[in-house]
Design a protein around this ligand. Structure first.
Ligand code: SAH
Length: 347
């Protein structure tokens, strides 16, 4: 691709052909890589300034009925030390987070049948009552339309459900037969129609993933137009069937963050914990590649290491206050500032 065409292509990436996207994704040309990240960073700065939104992650259960081959809390991992937070514990995480400046809480967990709609609605109502100025995000997997509706009515505002891979065959190599891409996409459609702000995304470098799969991921996201996009490198967990697989790479993750930022300039894109796990400065590099969100952990320290999706997860020993202060300093060093804000999607 001749140099002078970069800017033109970057500014129209949402309309780019699959073959142009592929060329950018696999180019060994370091100049093109640098130009891509610079264009993406400029786009994020234009959209959000140097402001970074924070989301307080509360990992409230590691029980899961599913058996995803990549995930450390899959049901057949009988070495996982299972826990559930109760309502009081969850509310106390939120209160602590609120004090620290968080205005969005994310309840994430395995698909734990204990958390029925009734149990969850009660918790959601209590969080919204205590913190009416905060947004509440759920990340609890596939549920029925009725369930998503009940939780939205209770007060949940946003939902994260990564599609994981846009290719059905690849999907079947990552998940048992009981799970399908079709149902995942059906859930995403339901969530959007109900009125949630929706996030989707995928793992970079997951086992058996091809470059063409990644292009399918980009095209799916470009078409679905989620408000949030979560991507991070796959990292093996030692008690899963993928224990011997390689992690996704920093470079490829950064390149994909940049491409997604250029395709969907307004999207809320986190520099994920997984990115910070494969490289000590991964999250900073994610921000510099166009991400505009970080998701520090608000879970009680005693459960942090039990919520183990992959090996060597960072920040498992620190209190929430330490995490946010550490991140604030890290981001200041690269010229960015954490803000006290719900950080809603701006149409
Ligand atoms: N049960 C919820 C939350 C899953 S955890 C759901 O199904 O949506 C959130 C995300 O962590 C997953 O969507 C997956 O993309 C990611 N994840 C799981 N295992 C991982 C691993 N080994 N490496 C990197 N990311 C992983």
């Amino acid at each position: 691709m001749p140099n002078e065409n970069y800017d033109n292509i970057f500014s129209n990436l949402a309309e780019a052909s699959a073959s142009n996207l592929k060329e950018i994704l696999i180019t060994p040309d370091q100049k093109l890589h640098d130009a891509l990240l610079a264009a993406s960073r400029a786009t994020a700065l234009k959209q959000f300034g140097n402001k970074i939104y924070i989301r307080g992650l509360i990992e409230f259960t590691n029980y899961c009925k599913n058996d995803c081959y990549y995930c450390g809390i899959r049901c057949s991992n009988n070495k996982a030390n299972r826990y559930r937070l109760n309502k009081e514990q969850i509310l106390s995480c939120c209160a602590n987070g609120y004090e620290l400046g968080f205005r969005t809480f994310v309840l994430q967990g395995g698909e734990d049948p204990f958390f029925s709609d009734e149990v969850l609605a009660d918790i959601i109502i209590a969080i919204k009552k205590n913190h009416p100025d905060c947004a509440l995000t759920l990340s609890i997997g596939e549920r029925s339309l009725e369930s998503y509706e009940a939780l939205f009515t209770a007060g949940a505002d946003r939902y994260l459900l990564r599609h994981e891979t846009a290719n059905p065959t690849h999907y079947s190599l990552l998940h048992p037969e009981t799970l399908s891409l079709a149902n995942r996409l059906h859930c995403l459609k339901n969530l959007k129609e109900i009125g949630y702000q929706v996030g989707t995304g995928f793992m970079v470098g997951s086992p058996f993933q091809t470059t063409d799969n990644l292009i399918e991921d980009l095209l799916l996201i470009n078409k679905f137009k989620p408000q949030m996009i979560g991507i991070g490198p796959f990292i093996p967990h030692h008690d899963t069937p993928f224990r011997d697989k390689n992690s996704g790479t920093l470079q490829q993750t950064l390149r994909l963050i940049a491409m997604l930022r250029l395709m969907l300039p307004k999207a809320l894109i986190p520099a994920t914990t997984a990115l910070g796990t494969i490289d000590p400065c991964g999250r900073e590099q994610g921000i510099l590649a166009g991400a505009n969100v970080v998701m520090p952990n608000l879970s009680p320290v005693m459960v942090r290491s039990k919520y183990s999706l992959y090996d060597n997860k960072i920040c498992t020993g620190e209190e929430a206050a330490e995490c946010i202060n550490c991140l604030r300093t890290r981001l200041q060093k690269i010229g960015y500032e954490i803000v006290i804000d719900r950080g809603d999607y701006q149409k």
